[in-house]
Design a protein around this ligand. Structure first.
Ligand code: URA
Length: 211
């Protein structure tokens, strides 16, 4: 497994929260809260290269040239449905981000993505586009989502995923090597049903209580 553009966030806070999420005994409300918190911390890395502008502000003591986020606002795209578990964490730290949704489900037989929804903000070219999906498993869904984003004009794409499988990382390196990946872990492997091992199970089911 290799990827030219992968950031593994091994910060103790992220790793601790991730272990709590992996634990099958962790209840849904805690799982959702932890995912939102980790999302916020992964966004910190994903947004590292955002451009800054400088404007004069007045502190209680003096004027200063202060760094502020430049334009245009980033876009965050939730890959439904599990991506919604990461969405609020991104918006907590980038509240001005525009939001899009891509609906893909995984055909359980073929493991191939099937698109059922696509609603993106206009003019996504020239913006940082942060796609969010907790699980980078085979990579097929993420690659298909990135295809849609590129077709809509996106050129600067970062994928935030909580967990990745080596197979998914390899797939993205092959199909979209320009897309940065920010993740909390690259796990061991995929099992025969396409689940990440050791993983945390079905992220959507655990977020939405549909187990
Ligand atoms: N999707 C999930 O929710 N979990 C996995 O382990 C793989 C894909």
């Amino acid at each position: 497994m290799s990827h030219p553009n992968l950031t593994l966030v091994d910060h103790p806070l992220v790793q601790h929260k991730l272990s709590l999420m992996r634990d099958a005994r962790t209840p849904g409300p805690d799982f959702r809260r932890l995912l939102r918190e980790i999302s916020l911390l992964l966004t910190y890395e994903a947004a590292r290269n955002l451009p800054l502008k400088h404007e004069t502000i007045t502190t209680p003591l003096t004027d200063m040239e202060a760094p502020l986020l430049g334009c245009p606002d980033p876009v965050v795209v939730s890959i439904l449905r599990a991506g919604n578990g990461l969405l609020d964490g991104v918006l907590d730290v980038i509240p001005t981000a525009k939001v899009g949704f891509v609906g893909l489900y995984r055909d359980e037989e073929t493991l191939q993505p099937v698109q059922y929804y696509n609603k993106l903000p206009p003019e996504i070219s020239g913006r940082l586009v942060i796609a969010v999906d907790p699980m980078l498993a085979t990579g097929n869904s993420s690659a298909a989502a990135v295809d849609l984003l590129k077709a809509a004009g996106a050129t600067d794409i970062t994928l935030i995923c909580l967990l990745a499988a080596p197979e998914g990382v390899d797939c993205m390196a092959r199909v979209h090597p320009d897309v940065r990946i920010v993740t909390a872990s690259v796990d061991s492997h995929l099992n025969e049903k396409g689940y990440i091992v050791p993983g945390l199970g079905d992220a959507g089911d655990r977020i939405f209580g549909t187990v």
